[in-house]
Design a binder for this molecule. Structure first.
Ligand code: KE4
Length: 429
């Protein structure tokens, strides 16, 4: 990194672990000796404090589907700011946001706002356990649902053995209640239910996996998961923190036509400010305190500034849906990348769903975490560096998604494809 970022990073490392407030931001998985530090964002661009400008395909890990500082967002925030920043009491705006979510996301009859995707997923699982009276949960290897203890589990050795902790600090007793099975493997899920069905409270899934890189659901996978859960009386939780309002206004559940029992949301619904939400059938949601016995709370839940940014963003997406335009731009990006890979004879593959895509440094196909892990992460690190040097900021990890925003113009897509070609070429040397 350049001088000012390097100096600030040295300062940061003295007071913040690894100098960052979230691990992936350290750029360690791409072999960089430290990250750039951001000065500002504007439209499709991110500017670092050394004056470098990057086309931004991270978009704050998904929230900025409209790019940085879209026209009107600042005004919406200034209006909210003029009334205060936080009350710890109910406001009409959070009711308006809840009504918009319930109207737009098929599975939502009721919803609760929280402050992060992790909180949404943690709360949804506690609610599922409270509603069913069961303790076990099933997740899919390679899917990420935030850093709640129940989710940080390694897949058990066999398909039907429960998880072991994937992080220090998570008691084995707790991770033993979570079973991880391979994504897109309904036979393994069926077997898990055959062994443990009556004790499984819920299955939680990213309807499009985006935390092992982008991995689409195999045809019929989501429908089969839906049916298996229904057959065993377990709840199906769609973690739509990334896919919510990304693939369609109603998220993946609208895009694929599958209705879960509970849904987790985040990122886009806050327009870049801290937010999360979880919701579903009223009979389940009414188990929540103070109506029911499942406790859940939050000081900044429904924060007025987050709600203002969320309302601005979602109204824009619902009133003037950009999804056809995002599909066209993302398709152009995919096509350009595929042509570069083919022309260079590179061992790489690419998965895309809507405006989410990942270029894998493995011949592919990448259909689950085991195949994603075949990727050459050192080559990806060289690629990341090559793209950064050419003014393109892609996710600093092989196992993340790239996000296309409405702020990207066709010219920028073209520049990105050329940067991709040169960066891939440099990987061959
Ligand atoms: P947060 O607690 O980070 O707001 O959301 C957790 C979460 C839950 N569910 C899904 C599907 C998610 O992708 C996430 C968070 N995504 C990561 C990026 N893959 C956030 C980036 C980071 O951890 O810094």
């Amino acid at each position: 990194m350049d001088k000012l970022s390097r100096e600030l990073f040295a300062r940061a490392c003295k007071v913040i672990p690894a100098g960052v407030n979230s691990p992936v931001r350290a750029f360690r998985s791409v072999g960089e000796n430290g990250p750039f530090f951001v000065g500002r964002g504007e439209g499709a661009y991110l500017y670092d404090i050394d004056g470098n400008r990057y086309l931004d395909y991270v978009c704050s890990w998904g929230p900025l589907i409209l790019g940085h500082n879209p026209p009107g967002l600042r005004q919406a925030l200034e209006e909210a700011l003029g009334r205060g920043t936080s009350y710890g009491a109910a406001t009409g705006q959070e009711v308006e946001l809840a009504e918009l979510l319930v109207k737009t996301v098929p599975s939502l009859e009721m919803v609760r706002l929280v402050s992060s995707g992790t909180e949404a997923a943690m709360s949804a699982v506690r609610l599922a356990r409270g509603f069913t009276g069961r303790s076990r949960i099933i997740k899919f290897e390679g899917c990420y649902h935030g850093h709640g203890d129940s989710f940080l589990v390694k897949a058990g050795s066999g398909g039907a053995t429960f998880g072991v902790p994937d992080s220090a600090g998570v008691p084995a007793e707790l991770s033993g209640l979570t079973l991880a099975v391979p994504y897109n493997d309904t036979a393994a899920l069926e077997q898990a239910f055959a062994d443990w069905g009556e004790s499984v409270a819920a299955v939680i899934v990213e309807p499009v996996a985006a935390n092992m890189g982008v991995v689409p659901p195999a045809p019929g996978f989501l429908q089969e998961v839906r049916e298996i859960c229904s057959n065993y009386g377990a709840l199906l939780i769609f973690d739509e923190v990334i896919t919510g309002f990304r693939l369609a206004p109603g998220g993946a559940q609208e895009y694929f036509g599958i209705t879960p029992d509970l849904t987790c949301l985040g990122k886009i619904i806050g327009g870049g400010l801290p937010v999360g939400a979880f919701g579903g059938r009223a009979e389940i949601m009414k188990q929540l305190s103070p109506l029911g016995p499942v406790y859940q709370a939050g000081t900044l839940s429904g924060n007025p500034l987050s709600v203002a940014a969320g309302l601005f963003t979602l109204k824009s997406l619902v009133e003037d849906p950009p999804y056809r335009e995002l599909e066209r731009k993302a398709q152009r990006l995919e096509q350009g990348f595929r042509e570069n890979i083919a022309n260079l004879g590179l061992k790489a593959s690419l998965n895309r769903v809507g405006s989410l895509l990942t270029l894998f440094f493995t011949g592919g196909p990448v259909t689950d975490f085991a195949s994603a892990r075949q990727s050459d992460t050192a080559a990806f690190g060289k690629y990341f560096h090559g793209m950064l040097q050419r003014g393109v900021f892609v996710a600093p990890s092989q196992f993340e998604a790239c996000f296309v925003s409405t702020a990207l113009t066709d010219e920028m897509i073209g520049l990105t494809v050329e940067a991709n070609r040169q960066s891939l070429e440099s990987c061959l040397k």
